[in-house]
Design a protein around this ligand. Structure first.
Ligand code: PAF
Length: 290
């Protein structure tokens, strides 16, 4: 496995692979890899000749006062895990390589903005976050030129943002998604789980239990005119219960799979929850097909 740090070198390698007729699978990450990431890489390996995994903590997607500085950087351990499962290339550029002008008082850079969906839920809580995500993913796609790229369903809204710009800006890449990988207690795997104490980790499993219980209630509910009232009622009750268990719930909302507000006769729903446990912001979701 090769570790590449520059754009010119990754372009050279990609050009050689393309010339040899190889297909490229791509998994963009911010590193500090856990089993969730490893499953994404395995999925890419199962459907591509060559797999490239990028590791880049992207300053553009962190807001002021967020954890950009303290975000764990564990390149050596990450590379070891990736080598073991057969990843071909790790692309780990520096901030200067990706954004030469960002901190040098340089001019504003071009950005990718996906309207509407970028401003709700996570986008409302973290203004500019999805511009940062879409911009870096677009830049990486233009460097790696993947045939397929794999993202986790844990960041559900991020996945929708990426699918939208890929379709609307005609990027020639197929977006694949992998179901959420969970700890044995149900907690969705995330690099930020490392901020939790052992006690909080146990407590955090209540998020998934809440989502499962909501899914059951919705599936068992006889669909009728008062469906929206029912959704509002179970959302409020779940928020109340989570807060009583020590969470500070940012939002818990039942949406259509495209994140629009449900109307009547909804077929594909997703319940999204974001809650603080101490100072750690946890995200989870569950999909429902009726
Ligand atoms: O999901 C992540 O780890 C990041 O948001 C991504 C997609 C690698 C962009 O920095």
């Amino acid at each position: 496995m090769q570790i590449i740090h520059t754009i010119s070198e990754i372009r050279e390698r990609v050009a050689a692979y393309k010339q040899a007729g190889k297909t490229i699978g791509f998994v963009p990450t911010m590193g500090n890899l856990h089993q969730g990431h490893i499953q994404l890489v395995r999925m890419a390996l199962s459907c591509s000749d060559i797999v490239i995994c990028s590791i880049f903590v992207n300053p553009l997607q962190f807001g002021e006062g967020e954890d950009f500085e303290q975000y764990p950087r564990t390149l050596d351990a990450d590379a070891e895990q990736l080598e073991q499962i057969g990843c071909d290339i790790v692309f780990a550029p520096s901030v200067d390589e990706m954004y030469p002008d960002l901190f040098g008082g340089g001019c504003d850079q071009s950005q990718v903005f996906v309207p509407d969906i970028s401003n709700i839920l996570e986008g409302a809580a973290r203004p500019g976050h999805f511009i940062g995500v879409a911009t870096i993913v677009a830049k990486l796609f233009n460097m790696v030129l993947p045939d397929k790229a794999v993202f986790g369903e844990k960041d559900y809204q991020q996945l929708q943002v990426i699918k939208r710009f890929v379709e609307e800006l005609c990027f020639p890449v197929e977006i694949l998604s992998h179901p959420i990988v969970r700890e044995s207690n149900g907690l969705a795997m995330s690099s930020r789980n490392g901020y939790l104490s052992e006690e909080q980790r146990q407590q955090a499993s209540a998020l998934y239990k809440t989502l499962c219980s909501l899914k059951k209630q919705i599936t068992n509910h006889s669909h009728s005119d008062n469906e929206l009232e029912f959704f509002a009622q179970i959302e409020q009750e779940s928020i109340r219960q989570l807060n009583a268990q020590g969470f500070k719930t940012d939002y818990l909302t039942i949406r259509n799979s495209d994140l629009s507000i449900p109307t009547k006769n909804n077929k594909h729903l997703v319940i999204l929850v974001t809650a603080y446990l101490g100072s750690t912001r946890l995200l989870d979701n569950i999909q429902i097909s009726l």
